[in-house]
Write a protein that binds this ligand. Structure first.
Ligand code: BGC
Length: 355
């Protein structure tokens, strides 16, 4: 399938202060996506089913106002810290930092104005058989309570075979913590088409991190064997969702970090497969990160309306966020999220589509 060419931009809308937000359209290898300069948001991502019929498989909105007013991080880049930091506080090199608290008493996804709500610089590129966007944003020292000026470069690449690859890079001028991820809400049958409970999911993880009622990891790494959390062999997401496991009750479904068996790796390795048996659309994820947050769209409550007038209800999409573990700065036994001057934070996640 064709359509490869230089990414095309258009005006998507304006923020209240007049700032222009642009939409970038990219296509390669049969995958089409639209990306906003606001939050690096993937506004749509279209892939074909087994008959070649396209659907937008990521939840989004039509208008910038909706992203600003009520988006639960649809398609956004997440930082400085993906998922929660307990009490919005951590201590590094003897100094305690108080972060922006936006989820009960905890800090979620970088605080009240995280990277999902920032305007990124976007530069298009074509390189060999790849097309893509280079997004950059500098987060000021102290932004949302985090130490250090963080210079970030995130590259979205669509490859010749239609893979969407994300390369994250960051440097700092003071010791800090960083955990970047992407918050696409997937529904491989098409955004707004209904529940994802029939999607089959496989996660290459023998353990997960149980949480307290505020969804902060207790520090335990629990075995998935014999529990609803066992996705080592592909199974429908809905199969064990109503089994009454206390961790499922506490989170209203799946909203946990899986401890990937491969651990931190130099190169991206396969960690998960999501498949919609009806359409045949399949998403495979490879990463060098040690964790995967599987969130089954528990807090979608039927009040948000997407393109085409479809409402998004509980379980109408799921997120698979490659990351370091939540609250790592307060758990010395978890893989470290500390970044120091002179070091470069580098992680990669690849999304491969088939049908
Ligand atoms: C978190 C959920 C949260 C959601 C925001 C997910 O990454 O794990 O707890 O509600 O993001 O919509």
């Amino acid at each position: 399938m064709g359509g490869r060419g230089r990414p095309v931009t258009s005006l998507f809308g304006r923020l209240a202060d007049g700032t222009e937000i642009h939409s970038w359209s990219l296509e390669n290898g049969g995958t089409r996506m639209k990306v906003l300069s606001y939050g690096g948001i993937v506004q749509s991502l279209e892939v074909p089913d087994r008959h070649g019929r396209y659907a937008d498989v990521s939840l989004g909105f039509d208008r910038i106002e909706e992203y600003v007013a009520s988006s639960p991080y649809f398609g956004a880049l997440i930082g400085r810290y993906g998922n929660r930091i307990g009490n919005g506080r951590f201590t590094l090199d003897g100094e305690t930092y108080q972060l922006s608290v936006d989820d009960g008493e905890n800090s979620l996804h970088g605080g009240a104005d995280g990277f999902d709500r920032r305007v990124w610089d976007v530069e298009p590129f074509t390189e060999g058989s790849d097309v893509g966007l280079r997004l950059s944003y500098t987060s000021a020292d102290g932004e949302m309570g985090y130490p250090g000026t963080l210079e970030m470069k995130v590259t979205y690449t669509l490859t010749e075979r239609g893979d969407w690859r994300i390369d994250y890079e960051a440097t700092t001028d003071r010791a800090t913590v960083v955990n970047l991820t992407s918050h696409v809400y997937w529904n491989l049958a098409g955004a707004g088409s209904g529940t994802i409970e029939d999607h089959e999911l496989e996660i290459a993880a023998s353990r997960y991190t149980p949480t307290d009622p505020g969804l902060i990891p207790t520090g335990e790494l629990a075995e998935v064997a014999g529990t609803a959390f066992d996705f080592r062999r592909a199974k429908p997401i809905g199969r064990d969702l109503r089994t009454g496991h206390p961790d499922l009750l506490a989170a209203k479904g799946y909203d946990h970090n899986w401890v990937l068996d491969k651990g931190v790796t130099a190169e991206p390795e396969h960690v998960a497969t999501l498949r919609d048996p009806a359409s045949g659309r399949t998403l495979e994820i490879a990463t060098n990160e040690p964790g995967l947050q599987f969130y089954s769209g528990n807090f979608l409550d039927g009040t948000l309306v997407g393109p085409g007038g479809h409402t998004y209800r509980q379980g109408d999409a799921l997120c698979l966020e490659t990351q370091h573990f939540p609250d790592s700065p307060n758990h010395p036994s978890f893989p470290s999220t500390v970044l120091r001057p002179g070091q470069t934070y580098r992680t990669t996640t690849i999304h491969s589509f088939n049908s």
